[in-house]
Design a protein around this ligand. Structure first.
Ligand SMILES: Cc1cc2nc3c(=O)[nH]c(=O)nc-3n(C[C@H](O)[C@H](O)[C@H](O)COP(=O)(O)O)c2cc1C
Length: 381
């Protein structure tokens, strides 16, 4: 059964239509988790370096860090999709529904499309404040684990780009390591649509515009992580999962659209012909992964909502929220690791059964075998 959102908290819903139905945006989601007694607020000071990541891995409950040392007024939210009840709430479905009922509702939505729609050009600027300089270190970006090389800007976010030849849009989730104030890596699998866009931009010797939106509705994140054939707009998939129109707005500086319901938007470019090292990073298999062929993102503008909520994830723990999301996508037939058919079939079967420990071990073994040994020099989710 779908939940109808009625009691909207003004502070939490700045910029939202109070009659919105369907899946919640991030602030509504956090509010619903709180109402259901599932949210753990962390009011005491925490450090972005290791502490947020460690507590995220240890607690296994949705966590809202409200007091980040050096970042007054900013919050970090993690573990949002840590179990089936939370997945249901994120999609605006009754959390007491059984897992099969939740999946039935999600499948029904995929067959009941809604459209993304373009909001006024000012929608983004009206809700978000432009930072004076595109200084990414203004954000409370966690250094999630001692096994990671650095802080990771992108662990639970969306990357928006367009095919430089056809103009077709892609949204995906590709991890991003903070390099300095204005730069981050983008670690995309060579078979991903973003990598395809980069290769085309490089043939044309052009910068590839990229927008990074953090703190989007979980349904939008889910659609970004889904395997979608080129030409199929993942924002349409997101709107179907939301079961309400998805308002998009044009980025002020680049010809890309992002959800109005974003907490943070960094826009900029991927530099053609440049590759940088990403990682090591503790990945979904629980192993340190390095990608020496990552793309280089240069931020040119940064937009931040008032009292922003930075959304991120500490991946690599069996059954963590990344695995929960993969499991949901596997059940919906939307998971795509861009690997061999055999690998795909085995991973899907394990994820559908919730066998996360075995899924990790098989994924790790698969990466070390045969042609997939390349994975060491390639990114992985
Ligand atoms: C939490 C999370 C992190 C991910 N990280 C990466 C990543 O770093 N690189 C990558 O290529 N795919 C990553 N993925 C998987 C892609 O988002 C997924 O394959 C998606 O379908 C890619 O979109 P595309 O097929 O349009 O390229 C991640 C998925 C999730 C849920």
């Amino acid at each position: 059964m779908a939940i109808v959102l009625t009691q909207d908290e003004p502070e939490l819903l700045a910029g939202q239509d109070s009659s919105s139905r369907g899946s919640p945006n991030l602030r509504q989601f956090i509010r619903l988790l709180d109402d259901a007694g599932l949210l753990v607020r962390v009011p005491e000071p925490v450090h972005w370096k290791f502490e947020i990541g460690r507590r995220t891995r240890e607690t296994r409950k949705p966590l809202l860090f409200e007091n980040i040392i050096g970042y007054p007024g900013q919050r970090v939210f993690t573990n949002g999709l840590c179990n089936t009840a939370c997945v249901a709430i994120a999609l605006g479905i009754d959390r007491d529904d059984s897992r099969p009922a939740i999946l039935r509702e999600a499948r029904r939505r995929l067959e009941s499309p809604f459209s993304p729609r373009l909001a006024e050009a000012s929608a983004l600027c009206g809700n978000l404040t432009k930072a004076d300089h595109p200084d990414l270190t203004r954000l409370p970006i966690p250094h999630w684990s001692e096994l990671d090389a650095a802080r990771y800007l992108g662990t639970w976010h969306i990357n928006v780009s367009k095919d430089p030849e056809t103009g077709e849009r892609n949204i995906g989730v590709y991890r991003m390591q903070l390099l300095d104030r204005h730069h981050a890596t983008v670690s995309a699998f060579p078979g991903s649509h973003l990598a395809m866009h980069v290769r085309k931009a490089e043939r044309l010797n052009r910068l590839l515009p990229l927008a990074v939106a953090i703190g989007v509705p979980e349904a939008v994140m889910t659609a970004a992580a889904a395997g979608c054939p080129p030409g199929k707009d993942e924002f349409e998939l997101a709107a179907a999962l939301l079961q309400r129109p998805l308002d998009l707005t044009r980025c002020p500086g680049v010809a890309l659209e992002v959800p109005v319901e974003s907490e943070i938007v960094a826009e900029g470019f991927i530099q053609p012909g440049v590759r940088v090292q990403d990682g090591p990073f503790l990945d979904y298999r629980g192993v340190q992964n390095t990608n020496s062929e990552a793309f280089l993102f240069e931020a040119t503008q940064l937009w931040i909502r008032d009292m922003p909520i930075f959304r991120g994830a500490s991946v690599g723990t069996p059954g963590g929220e990344d695995h929960q999301l993969f499991s949901l996508l596997a059940e919906l037939g939307l998971l795509d690791f861009h690997g061999s058919r055999l690998r795909h079939g085995v991973q899907n079967a394990l994820l559908r059964r919730g066998l996360f420990g075995i899924f990790q071990r098989v994924s790790k073994a698969g990466a070390m075998l045969g042609p997939l040994a390349r994975i060491k020099a390639s990114p992985s989710p």
